[in-house]
Design a protein around this ligand. Sequence first.
Ligand SMILES: Nc1c(NC[C@H](O)[C@H](O)[C@H](O)CO)[nH]c(=O)[nH]c1=O
Ligand SMILES: CC(=O)[C@@H](O)COP(=O)(O)O
Length: 164
Amino acid sequence: MATQLKNLSDFSQTEIPSAIAYRFGIVVAEWNAEITNALYQGAYQSLVNNGALPEHIYTYSVPGSFELTSGADLLLKNDKLDAVICLGCVIQGETRHFDFICNAVANGISNVAIKYSKPVIFGVLTTDNQQQAIDRAGGKHGNKGDEAAITAIKMAALAETLRS
Ligand SMILES: Nc1c(NC[C@H](O)[C@H](O)[C@H](O)CO)[nH]c(=O)[nH]c1=O
Ligand SMILES: CC(=O)[C@@H](O)COP(=O)(O)O
């Protein structure tokens, strides 16, 4: 279902586990900071609203979305975390650079998740223009940061279930 047909922040019909027992890393790209900061606010608040303890949320910034993979890898190598949320915003420019970054980040984040057997959430907007990003970072289509946080909680709960 395309984002236009759903709200990224609407989880009213969804049962969300408590996040109180989990430790979360959040890696935020500095590129398009007005967008990624909004994504971060949404993700952080969604974690706390669902029981996550502020002292168990570890936040770091990286220069751009391409570095999200490295940031997630460093976090999982050095910290006992139950999930990592990667937040970024890649907006199409004049060249194919957009394609290379988006593919690298999507593949890289997936590889890190498999490397550590830990959920690494793809909270990266990949848009044609600024307005599409605004609409998905707290605008008319909700906040992808909310979606990323709820996904992290659900995956952390699933991992705990499968460990027990
Ligand atoms: N154009 C965007 C970038 N570009 C920067 C790259 O992510 C990376 O930091 C650079 O290539 C050095 O490795 N990053 C975004 O997050 N969003 C963009 O729109
Ligand atoms: C996604 C990008 O790297 C892009 O914003 C850079 O712009 P351009 O393709 O015009 O160099």
